[in-house]
Write a protein that binds this ligand. Structure first.
Ligand SMILES: Cc1ncc(COP(=O)(O)O)c(C=O)c1O
Length: 501
């Protein structure tokens, strides 16, 4: 029946059918504010996830189209997405990878490259400052590469590093870098961290996995003292102050494109080369088996002397394609994933806004329960009002596209965070604790310490990280939520408080 169609028309027909199929089966995955999103009278038998894939038939069509092309490995779609993401962030280069965890591994490993000046290169035994509450694969690469994480406390209000003990954590000649995540889309205090990193000549990796589309601003004079100006990468709308996206302030930053994140490719992530472009070569090599050759897949001899190099102790003319200058991995995603990511990029601005709106709606409506809950504040905010935030006098500001809505159950409340979490779970309302809680209490870290007492260091008592571990959970803010889903969630919380408060 289709034999008479040209290949072009055959593909067109397949894509039309794919679109029709997706429109019929994926209604629940539409953005919450899409008019075609199914509306339900009751959620009693449904779930309200904390996060998930949000897409239209466009992503499905893009995935099918790329599948039919069957390039498979990272190729034309990947190259285009790398350019689009770099252009969105206003930076020169980004590398797609297969997860946010891989991105962190590559970013950290890049700083161990022999291509980096010996004084600044991270070597086994060196120390890296981070904070205790967060996601495990932000810090895993430090240990996997033979280095020592030094844990500082988290501020339990922002969820981010408490910067007060930074100086205490620093050891001259040993401390080489700071790695931190912008917790749940709340930018950490970049003003203080950057000042510290620059004064101590430390690398900064921003784990931006939960924060694509968040921004940080600082007064122009402070920015200029830190070496930033109006021609710095990553500028986004703003005037009196210098406003830049998170993920563009440090040397390197990382993204995750796993479904709960600001955009998704299914699995996926990126390493953003936010600082010197010299970091691109080692990052790419480490992503791609450790090879010295930089040809994209399917392309040969970009350097024009594939059989003309003499490197290491290899014979002159040994194939550059099989010449290795790093101990690397293979952490590339598929081109099909990138095709999905490209469609998601077009939706990113609306996703970013939806997360802000959902957070504000939850905040406004949960205020009535503030006897039971403590709420988060963006870094540099001092209080919340229904008209907005009040800010500290640093002149720095944050704009959060929230990954989640964090609340802490007050220690005076007649119920615990576990009571609340399991009640929400029984009503199919998605909620999560703050990732690994205080990571040094996790079995893996307890075992590490037992095996080797100097495998990591802790500064201070980590009371903030413990508080987050004992009292915090977060609800969804993702763009798939409809207003009635959030209202149902609020109703369930009210019911819980009525019977337990
Ligand atoms: C802060 C942070 N870093 C890294 C990751 C890891 O990303 P992935 O799941 O893509 O490996 C996550 C995952 O949610 C995360 O929240």
């Amino acid at each position: 029946m289709t034999d008479s169609l040209s290949l072009k028309d055959l593909k067109k027909k397949i894509l039309q059918l794919s679109e029709e199929y997706s429109k019929r089966v994926h209604g629940n995955n539409l953005p919450g504010n899409n008019a075609r999103h199914p509306q339900y009278d009751s959620f009693e038998d449904l779930s309200v996830p904390y996060a998930g894939r949000v897409f239209t038939s466009d992503e499905v069509v893009a995935a099918v189209s790329s599948s039919l092309d069957f390039w498979l490995t990272l190729g034309p779609e990947g190259k285009a997405l790398e350019e689009e993401l770099a252009s969105f962030l206003g930076i020169k280069s980004t590398l797609l990878v297969n997860s946010g965890s891989s991105a962190n591994l590559i970013a950290f490993s890049t700083l161990t490259s022999h291509l980096i000046d010996k004084q600044r290169r991270i070597q086994p035994g060196d120390e890296v400052i981070t904070c205790a509450a967060g996601f495990p694969t932000t810090i895993a690469p430090i240990i996997q590469r033979g280095c020592i994480p030094v844990f500082l406390d988290n501020d339990s209000v922002t969820g981010n590093i408490n910067c007060d003990l930074l100086e205490d954590a620093f050891v001259e000649g040993k401390t080489k870098a700071v790695i931190l995540a912008h917790t749940l889309g709340n930018p950490f205090d970049l003003g203080r961290i950057l000042e510290f990193c620059q004064r101590k000549k430390l690398w900064l990796i921003e784990d931006n996995c939960d924060a694509l589309g968040c921004s940080y601003s600082m007064p122009i004079d402070l920015a200029e003292n830190l070496g930033f100006n109006q021609s710095s990468p990553g500028l986004c709308p703003g005037n009196k102050s210098l406003v830049k996206w998170t993920g563009t302030w440090g040397d390197l930053s990382t993204q995750s494109f796993y479904p709960p994140h600001h955009l998704t490719m299914g699995e996926g992530g990126a390493v953003n080369i936010a600082g010197s472009l010299k970091l691109k070569r080692p990052a790419e090599s480490i992503r791609d088996w450790g090879r010295d050759c930089w040809c994209p897949s399917g392309v040969d001899d970009t350097c024009g002397k594939r059989f003309g190099w003499q490197l290491g102790d290899l014979p002159k003319g040994y194939d550059h394609k099989y010449t290795y200058s790093h101990l690397g991995y293979n952490l590339k995603p598929l081109d099909i994933q990138a095709a999905i990511g490209r469609v998601q990029m077009e939706k990113l601005p609306s996703f970013i806004e939806a997360r802000k709106e959902n957070w504000s709606y939850l905040r406004e409506n949960l205020e009535q329960f503030s006897d039971y809950f403590e709420f988060s504040l963006p870094t540099h905010a001092t209080s919340w009002t229904s008209n907005g935030f009040n800010w500290d006098n640093s002149g720095c500001r944050t704009e959060c596209s929230w990954f989640g809505f964090m609340l802490k159950v007050r220690s005076s409340a007649p119920f615990s965070v576990c009571n609340l979490a399991s009640y929400l779970d029984s009503k199919k309302i998605g909620n999560r604790m703050l990732f690994g809680g205080n990571i040094v209490r996790q079995p893996v870290m307890v075992q590490l310490k037992k095996d080797n007492p100097s495998s990591f260091r802790v500064i201070g008592d980590l009371a903030g990280a413990d508080k987050l571990m004992h009292q915090a959970l977060f609800l969804g803010t993702y763009p798939g939520l409809t207003q009635s889903m959030i209202d149902y969630e609020l109703d369930i919380i009210q019911r819980f408080i009525k019977s337990n408060g």
